[in-house]
Design a protein around this ligand. Structure first.
Ligand SMILES: *Cc1c(COP(=O)(O)O)cnc(C)c1O
Length: 371
């Protein structure tokens, strides 16, 4: 059977939810004994058997990545992944923050390819809004109650299906004042569990999205809870994109791509500290991340002050810059525009040893490995 297989029949792609059971995930393990990451394995069972004394549970020793909308079917049906190398570097960085052995880039890329490959029938057709979400995660699993590095680290790459995200409607943001996401010189630049669970309860009080100031001085803009901050200044025909420069924010692949696109349009790009007061001077603000792509912000409120900044007159439509950048990004991702930046992987193929028996309509009968 040729690779990749066609999208699976009978799926309503625009109404996809994470509830769809995909074929399985990929696992590789680092052990102290070998000091290397094992050959990737295909595991059908989404559940993991982990010792209850593993440091992931007690000390939050885990790091993850998120590649949403980043595995695409191009016009001809072939599958590409968007900028997986960026995610490989970021996972290495996140792992280093929580004492997890680094996953070499080539190994990361291979595992991500395999995870998408064995689930290729769930990569939605080009002309639908459904999407695939790739979720790599690595954690300390050896039983070890000492605050010491453990013996074993599983690295898993999960695939989740997701429906269209109708997220282009501009959002109202709230600046969080009684909760700081991360400390200076802390772990804020890493996708590590501890940075996220506290945010779940941070009160958004009816707002759509929360914005964090720097926790040391509360005078500079850092980022939204799960997406990057991008401000746009318009001065006549001159457009400038401004992004925060801070040690504590996540380096965002979407924000990075947006900066490249802006430069290609001959817009100026400034990466520098952004004072809170500067919120007055932006004509558009966007939240960027692979989960949302690029969502316009229509207001920012800081409750301890009378401040409420309004953008694009509080319109329900995205501003012109957000619309332009989102369209350009989509066109490259969908293969409608030339990828002049080299962001898309080569046309994907599964390594021969993974054999076509993993592809197409998979039944437990023709699976080789399962757990
Ligand atoms: C993942 C994440 C982002 C967005 O990064 P992308 O690589 O664009 O998806 C921004 N901020 C935080 C805190 C994040 O966790």
């Amino acid at each position: 059977m040729p690779f990749p297989p066609s999208p699976r029949d009978g799926i309503e792609w625009s109404k996809l939810s994470a509830a769809i059971q995909v074929n399985g995930h990929i696992q590789s393990r680092w052990s102290r004994e070998t000091g290397i990451w094992s050959e990737p394995e295909f595991i059908q069972d989404p559940f993991l058997r982990v010792h209850g004394l593993a440091p992931v549970f007690h000390y939050g020793q885990e790091a993850y990545e998120g590649l949403k909308r980043e595995a695409f079917r191009a016009l001809g049906g072939e599958i590409h992944i968007v900028r997986p190398d960026f995610h490989a570097s970021r996972l290495k960085h996140s792992s280093s923050l929580v004492s997890i052995p680094p996953i070499p880039k080539e190994h990361f890329l291979r595992c991500v390819h395999l995870a998408v490959g064995i689930n290729a029938e769930f990569v939605p057709p080009n002309d639908t809004e459904g999407m695939l979400y790739i979720r790599p995660v690595v954690f300390g699993s050896g039983a070890c109650i000492l605050l010491d590095s453990t013996d074993e680290y599983p690295f898993c790459v999960y695939i989740i299906t997701a429906g269209a995200y109708h997220g282009v409607e501009p959002l109202d943001a709230l600046i969080l004042e009684d909760f700081d996401r991360t400390a200076p010189r802390g772990t804020g630049s890493g996708k590590v569990g501890g940075n996220y669970s506290p945010v779940m309860l941070a009160k958004s009080e009816g707002f759509d999205i929360t914005l964090h100031l720097d926790s040391q001085t509360r005078s500079e803009i850092e980022e939204f809870s799960t997406s990057a901050f991008v401000g746009v200044k318009v001065d006549g025909a001159n457009i400038t994109l401004v992004v925060p420069d801070s040690q504590n924010v996540m380096s965002s692949v979407t924000c990075d791509s947006v900066q490249h696109l802006a430069r290609s349009l001959r817009w100026a790009v400034e990466r520098r500290p952004i004072e809170y007061e500067e919120l007055l001077h932006f004509s558009e603000i966007m939240a960027c991340g692979t989960a949302v792509t690029l969502v316009p912000i229509k207001s920012i409120t800081r409750k301890s002050t009378p401040d409420k900044f309004i953008y694009q007159n509080g319109n329900k439509e995205p501003g012109p810059c957000a619309r332009k950048l989102a369209a350009m990004l989509q066109d490259i991702h969908k293969g409608r525009a030339k990828d002049t930046f080299g962001w898309l992987t080569e046309k994907m193929a599964l390594p021969p040893q993974w054999g076509v028996e993993y592809i197409g309509i998979i039944t437990p009968m023709n699976m080789k490995k399962s757990g």
